[in-house]
Design a protein around this ligand. Sequence first.
Ligand code: C2E
Ligand code: MG
Ligand code: MG
Length: 468
Amino acid sequence: MVEPTENALTKAGNVFMNPAEASSQHIVESRLHGIANVDPLTGLGNAQDLRDKVRALAAERASDPAPFTIGLANLDGFKPINDLFGPEAGDTILRQVANRLVACVPDGASVIRASGDEFAFILPLVFERKTAERMGMMLKEVLSAPFDLGERNVRLSASFGFAVYPFAGDEFENLLKSADTALYRSKRRGRGQITVYSQEIAQEMKRSTQLEQALRNAVIADEVDVHFQPIVNLKNDMVVGFEALARWCDPDLGYVSPAVFVPLAEERGFIDSLSEALLRKAAQTALSWPKELFLSFNLSSAQLTDPNTAANVLGIIHRAGLDPRRLELEITETAVMMDADTAKKIIAELREAGVRIALDDFGTGQSSLGRLREFAFDKVKVDRAFVSQISTDRACEHIVKAIVAMCDGLNLQVVAEGIENFSEALKLKALGCGMGQGYFYGKPADATTTRRYLAGKYGEAEPAAIAV
Ligand code: C2E
Ligand code: MG
Ligand code: MG
């Protein structure tokens, strides 16, 4: 990669070397302005330059009402690379990024180093979303090639946010804020994402921020509840355990599905406190059940990438007084594959302590049968998608039959999820499926209802209420 030979700084820096020119007050001022507008590391314009250029372009376009676009690119995972290889390597990468961007933007466009690992673009000839997205894809591609650090190469991705003038803002501050909102959304969605600001995106961001605030408060106030759904032995329809399912009803937002708020808590970084509150409540409730019943608890994907998860889980159930052998943890294939090595360690530590591991929603992820051998699971939960069509679709029936046979051979237990009627239950029994769960056997119910149900079923007096 070619380093900048004569960048804006070297040009501007010469001002002090040339007394003839320096005699002109005007030139000195404009060159000083030049220095103030230049990023010394890359020679690109800086945040000040971005503001000046965008303001000038907006003033021009105010009379000639043609749109233009600004964009922001933030490098993904730059800090760990800087920490690992040192700041000089970091600087080299930033210079190479600058060169690549300058080389590939269209004529008339500007590239600016807005701050740290964030670059900005002014694209006078990009008028609408589709073109901005295409530009984002091209820039992303250009940055995906390895960066040369002499002895080694490193790879990075970048996230992008674009805002089109004047729809996303008719003044510099608003336009930049919109580009920043778009970038923030891209960052939240994972690496290498591209977002162009729109009203819908702004609404979506506002809603999820409201939801986040409400959920954070609910976690602190201990208002997120746990319900329990029975899991039965299909040979005799006896309850063998319960799956804990999170439930949250906000006074303003109403009922929010765990399929919405669990991923939100993961994304916003407080899944640990949410999960801890839920597991604590679930474990305390399970203490009031007959001892042979297990508690099945869902672990989220983010928890499977955190090396502290096993210790945290064991600590919570230890404090609650629940025997680890009564706990099962449900994990999904997608979660396992995010960081397979860490997931393997977590699974091993938990199983060592007596906790069983179930592979949830089996058949819906990027299922690889090899994974059943590679990872040590105890149980497989066949996804509702197969069960709900088992009576009408021959292919589903064959798939479930094959899963049951395979699990038999691998010494894994099988649970069919989402059994809604008698004929589905009958079919699964005929196929030799060991366990089942679904509305037909019981909907998720709160702790008190569950205890009453058990008291009725087991013919015992209702166990003393346990504070949860
Ligand atoms: P999942 O673990 O696959 O849970 C099963 C989902 O199927 C639950 O939805 C349950 O209410 C629903 N279900 C059970 N039987 C039937 C049936 O017969 N018919 C139909 N149509 N649905 C049935 P829910 O409670 O909305 O939970 C959705 C997902 O959210 C769960 O899927 C799980 O992945 C996640 N989740 C729920 N609670 C927690 C939690 O405490 N922690 C974590 N990490 N994830 C949770
Ligand atoms: Mg589950
Ligand atoms: Mg499931």
